[in-house]
Design a protein around this ligand. Structure first.
Ligand code: 5GP
Length: 188
């Protein structure tokens, strides 16, 4: 078994997790992003095999049956996401540490499985009001879907104490620096 470690990033929607993870992959050469499998449709800026492995529900079910997923969740009703065992093994075999961008429930499960081998970071917004403001300004939501996301975010925030570290994203550049320090310290 190689000695690769795992860094898990989770957050309520709108907290800035994805940007932080992308920056960390650029700044820390020992890290490799774990590309998940998903049944959601590809957005036009995304690439199969880079952002996700886009699978049909049948293909996803087959991975499940063949026990090829490390963890999985139905993050949105009818939309499934899962971490492939082969992806994580490949990264560790190549001598890298793996970084995950997954939902909070999947993150808590992974941390339980990996124990001290993993650092689980919960990226949070300062408050529900700030989150609401960000999601509103993003202009991608209808009033109904905004309320749904806020509702889910409030539920997700309750998971923060289950993580090793809560990183409050007040100013993005500072949050990225703080995340970089935490991760470098953990993998050194
Ligand atoms: P999106 O569809 O916006 O890319 O992702 C939706 C949510 O699914 C995000 O919170 C993302 O972190 C989460 N997610 C992505 N991949 C996985 C995975 O492999 N497992 C779990 N549990 N969640 C995932």
């Amino acid at each position: 078994m190689s000695q690769g470690k795992a860094v898990i990033f989770c957050a309520p929607s709108g907290a800035g997790k994805t940007t932080i993870v992308q920056q960390l992959v650029k700044r820390i050469p020992e890290l490799r992003f774990s590309i998940s499998a998903t049944t959601r449709s590809k957005r036009n800026y995304e690439e199969h095999g880079k952002d996700y492995y886009f699978l049909t529900k049948d293909q996803f079910d087959q991975k499940l049956e063949e026990d090829e997923l490390f963890e999985w969740q139905e993050v949105y009703t009818g939309t499934f996401y899962g971490t492939l065992k082969s992806e994580v093994e490949k990264i560790w075999d190549q001598g890298f540490h793996v970084i995950f961008d997954i939902d909070v429930v999947g993150g808590v499960n992974l941390k339980k499985r990996l124990g001290d081998r993993a650092l689980a970071i919960f990226v949070n917004a300062e408050s529900v009001e700030v989150l609401r403001e960000r999601l509103t300004n993003r202009n991608t939501e209808t009033p109904e879907s905004l309320e749904k996301r806020i509702g889910k975010a409030v539920e997700e925030m309750a998971y923060a104490p289950k993580f090793d570290y809560e990183l409050v994203n007040r100013v993005l550049a500072d949050a990225v620096d703080e995340a970089e320090n935490l991760v470098k310290d953990f993998i050194k």
